[in-house]
Design a protein around this ligand. Sequence first.
Ligand SMILES: Cc1cc2nc3c(=O)[nH]c(=O)nc-3n(C[C@H](O)[C@H](O)[C@H](O)COP(=O)(O)OP(=O)(O)OC[C@H]3O[C@@H](n4cnc5c(N)ncnc54)[C@H](O)[C@@H]3O)c2cc1C
Length: 402
Amino acid sequence: MSRLPSTDYLVIGGGIIGVCVARELRRRHPERSVTLLEKEPELGQHASGRNSGVLHAGFYYSADSLKARFCREGNRALRDYITSRGLALNPCGKLVVARSEADHAQLDELLRRGTRNGVRLQPVSAEEARRIEPRVKTCERALWSSDTATADPTAVIAAMREDARKEGIRVMAGAAYLGRIGETIHSAAGLVDVGYVVNCAGLYADRVALDFGFSQDYRILPFKGLYLYSSESGPGFRTNLYPVPDLRNPFLGVHFTVTVDGHAKIGPTAIPAFWREQYAGVDRFDPAEFVEIAWRDLGLFFSAGFDFRRLAVEELRKYSRPHLVSLAGELATGVRTEDYREWGRPGIRAQLIHLRTRKLEMDFVLEGDARSLHVLNAVSPAWTCSLPFAAHVCDRITQLAG
Ligand SMILES: Cc1cc2nc3c(=O)[nH]c(=O)nc-3n(C[C@H](O)[C@H](O)[C@H](O)COP(=O)(O)OP(=O)(O)OC[C@H]3O[C@@H](n4cnc5c(N)ncnc54)[C@H](O)[C@@H]3O)c2cc1C
């Protein structure tokens, strides 16, 4: 087994969190070496390159959460990064609509959360909403978020990879973390002696953390997000259209996203996946993962700390294209099944479940000690939050390791 040069910091996982953490460590400690280890041949092949590309404004999250703490600032910081690198940004905003009077209480709650989080959010009448987006359907009123925007996540990660290289970070793609032997890390590219390990392995973050004695109370439960692209020829959508979400779970419901180049897509779903990278067919099938996850899903189906049974049944129905389009049709006029035939690249959420409470974790979770730190549950809006969240991860490393 070959030996690689030793490194002060080893960041495992080349998604947006891993790249941002590696760059922040390098900025803070220019005299120390930083290595980024990614199992795929390229960075951003999972959630960070397969998400909706929405820079969220930050009004969904309760004020005491890390998500609330980093979303508003993250939106601003990522927007600045995107424009400074000359990448495309669509400042199209977002309308959150009420499908019936029953949704009004949730609109009010979002407005309260937005105000507490210092986020710009404007209540608008149905008529005002139609002036923003002529095709919107809403019951009496809606919320308008002018700070929501969209960008191309693959362009963002490619730019960050280039920056990381220029800044002197050793970026090693196609080099999976395989395990540890004391302070030595076993990777597909060879053995490496490491000062400090930062685990940003997304769908495999719990597995890596277990090697270091962490994530004892948690496991990743993967949820698949499917998208349907529009082939409508008429005027498209001017803004993103979202329903009010069920705030008891971390998913936002089927919505319309206007991509950075102005196309509309419906999604993403949150369908339980049976292995971590179950993107299509039997692609990346792992029998051990299948048994573990299917067994966990089955247990949750009969006894969970949240309504998993309803969620799973509702979400599995969304494999049906007409059903998915009909849900989106509750948000806008003129939505026809025949105009939504093209499935996009799915993404899979690395959602954490607490093993004892049997509930989905709503916020980002960090665990670590003087030798390693583990980023667990970097779910949406972690892409938006990535820059201030990475700074927070580095603050924690300083607290733990000095
Ligand atoms: C369908 C979907 C839609 C979303 N939409 C949005 C949105 O609009 N806005 C928003 O803010 N957020 C959104 N998110 C959330 C956002 O994409 C994630 O929060 C973010 O990308 C997480 O980044 P990450 O770096 O933690 O994970 P990832 O991008 O998954 O990166 C983890 C990396 O670790 C690597 N890895 C795993 N195991 C190993 C190993 N053993 N060795 C080496 N490398 C390893 C993987 O290959 C991967 O590249 C969405 C997520 C999904 C799934």
